[in-house]
Design a protein around this ligand. Structure first.
Ligand code: SF4
Length: 348
């Protein structure tokens, strides 16, 4: 009788677990939204103007986040609400947040390329977005942007400059902030970074420290916005490693030449690195074998030093950073079959 009760309890617990997770996934999936994009979005201005152009012209082909990622986004929204609640509780006036997020757009005079496309307007929109909020502070109303980060990533970021050195995905964060500051004509803004465990880091962004970076972001928006109106895509990005990570290449709307020229990448002939990377990728689940080949890769690449390398099927990036020597790799021309194309940074 006792064991029967235990069996029933296990079954009931399993059913309840399945029901909780299933309903959560279904609810999250119901919240999935896709909408056409007419202009570059401040939150998605990466390093390639052509990619921003495809966000507009091929928005419906852009891969949708899976349910796990949607859960993560939801948690990010909740962290944002918590941060704002705490600011309000501590007596700060958080501008407009409770009514709505603050929408904005950046307009410029109609450029020559669009004169023949001109309708009744003299200006055109190069960027749209919405800010998380602004805090009244003396005569300023600095923009703030809340980002919830994986604790491992959170621990690695000490300044806004770190975002620029972490790869094309992370560059979107400071670019987004600089576009806000440019539009709002504010001298500074704040990133409030939460590690999802309640720890905060606040990174000030002083506009004058990033004028070149802001001009880069504006240039990207301008090129993409003009291209979306004329239908002529901007040139390919000149760094093929950026293209390896790009959804536009994955879905086939952009086919850059992926020219890994020797001037930029050092080809390692006869090195065993190619085999070691394959071994590492294939043994990710088996810790011992993984550690052995992973260590061999790091030891060898340390001898070569910082730089970009091609070894067989792999493109390898070695970087000397404040906190160590990092080796990352991607499979060249990977099509999604075979082992994963990207590894997290490995420190030795
Ligand atoms: S594949 Fe390369 S060139 Fe094409 S949109 Fe992406 S990053 Fe730009």
């Amino acid at each position: 009788m006792a064991s029967e009760t235990t069996t029933e309890a296990r079954t009931a617990a399993q059913e309840l677990t399945g029901a909780i997770l299933g309903r959560r996934d279904a609810r999250t999936d119901r919240g999935r939204r896709t909408s056409p994009q007419d202009h570059p979005r401040a939150s998605a201005v990466g390093v390639c103007a052509r990619e921003v152009y495809h966000q507009i012209t091929d928005w419906q082909l852009r891969p949708q986040p899976d349910t796990t990622l949607l859960h993560r986004f939801q948690r990010g929204n909740e962290v944002e609400s918590i941060v704002v609640r705490e600011l309000l509780a501590d007596g700060f006036y958080v501008h407009n947040y409770l009514d709505e997020q603050i929408t904005f757009e950046i307009r410029e005079n109609l450029p020559e390329e669009l004169q023949s496309h001109r309708d009744s307007y003299d200006s055109f929109i190069i960027c749209r977005g919405h800010m998380d909020g602004r805090i009244t502070w003396g005569d300023d109303k600095p923009v703030f942007e809340v980002k919830s980060l994986n604790p491992n990533v959170w621990g690695r970021i000490e300044s806004v400059r770190d975002f620029f050195s972490m790869g094309s995905f992370w560059v979107k964060y400071p670019r987004q902030m600089l576009l806000y500051l440019y539009q709002a004509a504010e001298p500074f803004g704040l990133f409030i970074l939460d590690d999802c465990l309640g720890h905060w880091k606040i990174l000030p962004v002083v506009f004058d420290d990033f004028l070149d970076e802001c001009e880069d972001a504006l240039r990207t928006c301008r090129k993409a916005a003009i291209a979306a109106r004329t239908g002529a895509p901007p040139p390919y990005h000149d760094d093929p490693t950026v293209c390896l990570e790009c959804w536009a290449r994955d879905v086939g709307v952009c086919s850059p030449p992926l020219d890994f020229t020797p001037a930029k990448f050092i080809e390692l002939h006869g090195a065993s690195i190619n085999d070691d990377i394959w071994t590492t990728e294939l043994n990710k689940a088996e810790r011992a074998a993984f550690n052995e080949s992973d260590k061999r890769i790091k030891d060898t690449m340390k001898l070569y030093g910082p730089g970009m390398y091609v070894a067989g099927d792999w493109l390898i990036k070695c970087e000397q950073k404040r906190n160590g020597f990092f080796v990352t790799w991607k499979r060249i021309g990977g099509s999604g079959d075979g082992p994963s194309e990207e590894t997290p940074p490995a420190e030795s």
